[in-house]
Design a protein around this ligand. Sequence first.
Ligand code: CA
Ligand code: CA
Ligand code: CA
Ligand code: CA
Length: 610
Amino acid sequence: MKKSIIILLLILIPFILLSNIDKKGEKKDKFSSRGFIIAKNNNGALLSWKTLTKDNDKTTFKLYKNNKLLKIFDNNEPTNYFDTNYIGKDIFILKIYNDKKVVDIIEPEIVFQKMKNGNNGSYFDIPINMPKPVFMPNGELATYTPNDVVAYDVDNDGMYEFIVKWNPTNSKDNSISGYTGNVYIDCYKFNGKRLWHIDMGKNIRAGAGYTQMLVYDYDNDKKAEVIIKTADGTIDNFGNVIGNNFIDNRNNEGFITKGNEYLSLFDGTNGKVLNTIYYYPKRGDVNDWGDRIGNRADRFLASTAYLDGENPSAILIRGIYTRIVVISYNVVNKKLELNWTFDTNETKNKSAEGNANHQVMPADVDNDGKDEIVLGSLVLDDNGEILHNTTLGHGDALHVGDFDKENEGLEIFMCHEDKDFGISLRDGNTGKILFRDKGPLDTGRCIIDNIIGNNNVTEMVGSHNLVLFNNKGTIVSNWKKDNKDLSIKPGYGINFLVYWDESLERELLDDIQIKRYGEKPLFIGENIKSINGTKSNPSLSADLFGDFREEVIFPTKDNKNLRIYTTTIYSNNKVNSLMENRQYKLQVLLQNIGYNQPPHLDYYLDYSKN
Ligand code: CA
Ligand code: CA
Ligand code: CA
Ligand code: CA
């Protein structure tokens, strides 16, 4: 090739790359991995993109506005920029350099819109298709509201898809009788195009204890698979019926305590069922689990974990209050293949009965590269054997992360429903209790994280006494005595955590508000609602776009959109995309499982690393 042709090509390549960009994102078939966004507010707009682990000291960025260079970002600069002179029609381009060579040229992939009530956030709506109401056998009508959301790039085009669980309004806890409407699971592109729709059918009850959505690339072909417990009458996106559509296993109280139960593998790109096996363990006689209505037999959890350190496995759990069965599967040739089984009915595992939470979290607590399964008081090693068990019983909230800088590795923090109630913080590797505050009553909520700056410790609190401790056990504040803490009080503050402001400390997210500890709201969502009743959590919180700050997703009040909020606050901190942290990513993907919990990194995020 002639030199002049090569030079011409070098000049043209950036334009060829650019010509592929469509502003609505519809024609474009590949997105960058940078999550480059514009977030508008009344003062201008925050431009923000991801810092990635592949970036090195030769990675630099040039931000252009209307073809003029706005700023050069060297390798140690934070990947966000606030443009106070932004007017709606400006065109931004980001050139990414490695050692002074252009490696990518991108336009903002999503433009977030101005909020009416403040300047600390910006939103983007994804239109979704609300299912039609359904009539129950007793004439009751169930309408639909979006519930949990999973964000995952199912088709490997570089952009997240959004998998939505539609909950009927008569969705119920396992302990409550009554019919529930069908649960539907939809997958949407970010522009609202529905990729697929699965109808769980009448033989799956609706409620936080039942349908758990596993979405992941389980066979390393870059496309997602979806694994869900199914039943007779579950229908995939192509109308394929699993089992027998004419069977109705609901009893006159609305409980389902008989009939076939299955585990199905679906193609995550099109919602087609690929493989269905019988669900194991079988429920057998529900009474064997401790009650006649399935409150204990029908408590399901699920997880994705890197049991061998390199490949993802699916973990399915049945039972938390009494018998607990944990089974791992691998996906091989688009089929579910049994790996190992853990069952508390085996004599050696008897002590673990009743020691699981409403959550399960994979984490490499012994630091050998392979994930353990943290079920609450009980932790299973990567091979399905008990690693340790505090025998402190069941709990409603669970946090796994590096919460103590001085204690090597990860810690596990939870609250307790069994006596002596209260909260406990323990060493993830050994299970040794590091801190224990007992309580007078069932402690249904607790949080731990770095919420107060400049002290080298994290803070933790349980709903039993609203005393905020640091991770060394020192009391930071006591609501009952001080009674002036604006952010942790009865009914507020012990819920979710979110990186929203400029700092590396985390803010409190509860219902539709975000607060810095001890301050009035920084952010209040507009025309949206939280989900899961009194749990008041978002559909999802995760670092999806822009820099390390987390986005939060809620349904709009009319149930017609998923609304994604992102921060508009400039940050002087540079932190790698949180989703590149395996533990964080898996915890995000498992937020929908059981009672939702905020995700945690596997390292202590502070200024010393920045
Ligand atoms: Ca995608
Ligand atoms: Ca796959
Ligand atoms: Ca491990
Ligand atoms: Ca972010």
